[in-house]
Structure formats: structure tokens, C-alpha cells
Design a protein around this ligand. Structure first.
Ligand code: BES
Ligand code: ZN
Length: 459
């Protein structure tokens, strides 16, 4: 397959049709990690990634875990003296529901207006695929890379990576790398690429409120028996004050103020409030009034109800006083907050505010620490140049409100530092109906990652 006559960029251009077909096949596998009915599909997606890595010229295997398999690809031709880059991505996707809100079926990719619509197109199959194709382009044309490369693709990112930390610990020697590269995030704007300076962490809980021994007639008992749904709603509403601050005592104690440089950088970004409002369909009035929207998203913590369950929600009216209620509440965290401390503070807070007549129990779903980047070193310089070459624009430094909990763990276990460069566009509908990935970003993304290796070699 080696094509020594062409350079990797021309190779990628020449193979573009095939690349799109392959991405289509990947996106057609409904690898929904949260649903056991899709376990076979998730496994099939892992095997698909393994085959793609082999096709690209790496050695690759899928390794079983107590959950979904991990795929490890390796190319060690640069030799023991050369640095090693570990590329991390995930082949699992979020559930596609509600299906009726999709304009085309989530697992039948469709191109409309220069966008590939499918679940996982942006998060993260499309972006993981870019890396595989950049490796293939180099190995097919030059037969080598300037660094050793490990690809680590997991199938449980969307369910909190429960098995990946033990996996990385077990395989720490084999996964040893100086730098971790991840494309699982977004650019700041069309035509304006970004490198991340931070990701928020996550602390995600269920709060279970229990009152009477069973559901009761809301007339026969309402007014005398405290309704757990009323009590839970009150507690949840009380988690914020009028200025948007989280009211849990001590919650902000370990929130750090970023450097003046970071703050000035955020203020200098071309944030368009009207465009943001039209992207989300409403004005950004959540969070702390004292901060700008980008600050609230990137450098301040947040607290959100993700779902609530109680009582009768079917058609018409049923007069019932439910015996219990549940809320799923997540906190996005910033340095130096930790999920463990947030859990402790939440439990202490609930113990203080829970009224007599109900009990509240906290169940932890998952957590992850916030990450901040070391914005220096050859990889950072190489990535800046690579993005400039393919997008014709200097990347801006941005934060990210979402979380990729494994990043901090990979850095600590492997002693590496991470570079996050994402190619999705704002409004890509990650986790939502009609997720899409722009063809332009797909093509420039592959070119960027091809340039990345050349720039690394040049440094
Ligand atoms: N790709 C996202 C992280 C992300 C979201 C980056 C939005 C940029 C913009 C990732 O797949 C994700 O969704 N992470 C989860 C983590 C959770 C399941 C532990 C998240 O942030 O909710
Ligand atoms: Zn996601």
C-alpha cells in the first residue's frame, strides 16, 4: 500500500471518498455504551477500530475489561530513544433518544449542507477517526512517523469510564508516553480552531427523598403529610441563590481564580451573545451574574438538575401524594475542586436543610477531576503550527465546560501532559438529536493531524 510518490496530505486528498465511506460504516454501528442491548454493537465498534488501526499500519488488539473492550494500537518504529505520543479517544456514543426529534435516523449517516449527521459524528467517532487517518496517511506514504504512537480507544467514556483507570494502571508500562493527544471537543467558531486550557470536572449524584411508607391520597393526607416531591423541589431550588451562586457552604472554598493572562484571554475572545442565543434558542441567564457567559462555562463551577422523577406523570390528573422523589443533580467542577469534597459538602448541606418527615439519601453516579493544561513544550508549538497550516488561522486558547474525566488520570498515572485539540463546531448537538460534524472540519482535521507529525519532526 505504500505510496512513496505522494506526500501524506495528497494521499489523504486522494483517499477522501474512501475515508468518508469508512466513517459512514463506523457511524452505522450503534455503539451505545449505556444500553446493554447494544453490547454486541459496542464490541463490533471496538473490532472495527482495531481493524482500522491495522489497516493504518499499527499493531492493534482489543482487550477485554469487565465492561466494554479497550482497543490499543501501537507503532513503535521511531525507536526507544524517540518520544511517544498517546492518542486517546472513545468509540462509544450517547443514546440517540428521543428518536422522533432526529431529521434523519441517528445511525444512518446523512450529509446535508456540508455536515455529516449521525450520533457520534462529532462525539467522538468522527474525531477519533481523524487520528487514525492521519497515521495511515503518514505510514502509507513515508512508512514512518517521527514519534512512537499509541492509540487508546475506549468504549465507556459516555458512562464515566468506570474500567479505564484500572486498565491504565495495569498497562501503565505499555502505555508509557510523554504526551496525550485528544480530539473530543470543539473549535471556538467556524474557521477559528482552539487549543484547550481547561476542562471542567464532574460530580454527579442522585438525591432520593423518601417520606410516607407508600403513595397516599393527596386529599386525604395532603397538608398533613409532607410531600417528598415538594420537599425535594425546595431543596433543589435552594441550591442557588438569586445571584446564581451555589449555596452549599464551603462549595467555593477551593475554586481558584485563574491567572490574569487566562482571564484577559477569555475577555479577548470574539464572543457573540446573539449568535450564542440563536444556537441554544434562549439567552444565557444561568449561573453567576457576576461573571460573563464564557467565564461561567469555563472557569466557574455549575450545578444542574439533569432529571427528576416523582409521582404521576401520565395523561390527565391523578390525585396522589407520592411516597418518594428523586433528582439527578450534577456539578461541573473547576480547579481545585474534587468530586469527593463536593459529595461531603452536599451531604452535610442536605443534613441541615432536609425537613422533618422526609429523608434524603445521596447516591454517587460518577465523578472526575477538573483538568488544566500546561500550555508549553514542543507538542503545543507543533499543534499551533499545524492548525495554522490547515485552517489558516492561529488557534485561540479556550476552556471547555464539558468533562473528560480520564485526562487527569492519564496524566498522573503515565506522568504525561495532554494536548486537547477538537474539531467539532459549536452547536454540533453532542448528546442531542441531530448531532453533526462538518465535512470541512473533517478534511482540515485530518490535514492538521498530518501536519502535527511533520511539525513535531521539525522541532
Ligand atoms: N466529548 C465530550 C466532552 C465535551 C463535551 C467536550 C462538550 C467538549 C464539549 C465527552 O464525550 C462527554 O460527553 N463527557 C461527559 C463525561 C461524563 C459522561 C463523565 C460529559 O462531559 O458529560
Ligand atoms: Zn460525549
Amino acid at each position: 500500500m505504500a505510496d512513496a510518490m505522494t506526500n501524506p496530505i495528497d494521499f489523504a486528498l486522494g483517499q477522501r471518498t474512501r475515508f468518508y465511506e469508512e466513517l459512514g460504516a463506523f457511524l452505522r454501528i450503534p455503539s451505545v455504551s449505556a444500553k446493554s442491548e447494544h453490547d454486541g454493537d459496542t464490541e463490533r465498534a471496538a473490532e472495527w477500530v482495531r481493524e482500522q488501526l491495522v489497516r493504518a499500519g499499527l499493531e492493534a488488539e482489543t482487550i477485554a475489561t469487565p465492561g466494554h473492550p479497550v482497543v490499543v494500537g501501537e507503532w513503535r518504529g521511531a525507536g526507544a530513544e524517540a518520544p511517544t505520543v498517546l492518542i486517546y479517544g472513545h468509540y462509544d456514543v450517547q443514546p440517540a433518544e428521543p428518536l422522533e426529534l432526529w431529521d434523519s435516523p441517528p445511525f444512518e449517516p446523512e450529509v446535508r449542507d456540508g455536515r455529516i449527521y449521525a450520533r457520534g459524528s462529532a462525539d467522538d467517532k468522527g474525531q477519533l477517526f481523524l487520528h487514525i487517518k492521519a497515521l495511515e496517511a503518514h505510514l502509507a506514504t513515508r512508512g514512518r512517523l517521527p514519534v512512537n504512537v499509541i492509540v487508546l480507544a475506549e468504549g465507556e467514556e459516555e458512562v464515566g469510564s468506570p474500567n479505564l483507570v484500572p486498565f491504565v494502571k495495569e498497562y501503565r508500562d505499555r502505555l508509557a508516553a510523554q504526551t496525550v493527544v485528544i480530539s473530543d471537543s470543539a473549535m471556538f467558531a467556524p474557521g477559528l480552531p482552539s487549543l484547550l486550557f481547561s476542562l471542567r470536572g464532574l460530580a454527579y449524584f442522585e438525591i432520593h427523598a423518601t417520606g410516607p411508607a407508600s403513595d397516599l391520597h393527596s386529599g386525604a393526607y395532603g397538608g398533613a403529610v409532607l410531600n417528598p416531591a415538594n420537599a425535594l423541589a425546595r431543596v433543589v431550588a435552594g441550591l442557588h441563590d438569586e445571584s446564581g451562586r451555589i449555596t452549599i457552604p464551603g462549595f467555593y472554598d477551593d475554586v481558584l481564580t485563574p491567572s490574569d493572562e487566562t482571564l484577559a484571554g477569555i475577555r479577548g475572545l470574539p464572543f457573540d451573545a446573539d449568535e450564542y442565543a440563536s444556537e441554544v434558542g434562549t439567552v444565557p441567564t444561568g449561573g453567576e451574574v457576576a461573571f460573563s457567559p464564557l467565564e461561567r462555562l469555563w472557569i466557574r463551577p455549575s450545578c444542574d438538575v439533569n432529571g427528576m422523577l416523582s409521582g404521576y406523570t401520565g395523561e390527565g390528573a391523578k390525585t396522589v401524594l407520592p411516597g418518594k422523589a428523586m433528582a439527578k443533580v450534577s456539578f461541573r467542577l473547576v480547579p481545585d475542586q474534587s468530586p469527593e469534597r463536593v459529595r461531603k459538602l452536599l451531604e452535610e448541606h442536605l443534613a441541615r436543610v432536609t425537613p422533618a418527615g422526609v429523608t434524603m439519601e445521596v447516591v454517587e453516579l460518577h465523578g472526575g477531576r477538573p483538568w488544566s493544561a500546561r500550555l508549553e513544550g514542543p507538542l503545543f508549538t507543533a499543534a499551533t503550527r499545524a492548525l495554522e497550516r490547515s485552517f489558516g488561522a492561529t488557534p485561540v486558547l479556550t476552556g471547555e465546560g464539558g468533562s473528560i474525566p480520564i485526562v487527569v488520570e492519564l496524566e498522573e498515572i503515565l506522568g504525561a501532559s495532554s494536548l486537547l485539540l477538537g474539531f467539532a463546531l459549536p452547536g454540533a448537538n453532542m448528546h442531542a438529536p441531530n448531532e453533526w460534524f462538518a465535512k470541512d472540519c473533517f478534511e482540515k482535521g485530518i490535514d492538521t493531524l498530518i501536519h502535527l507529525y511533520d511539525e513535531l519532526a521539525a522541532l
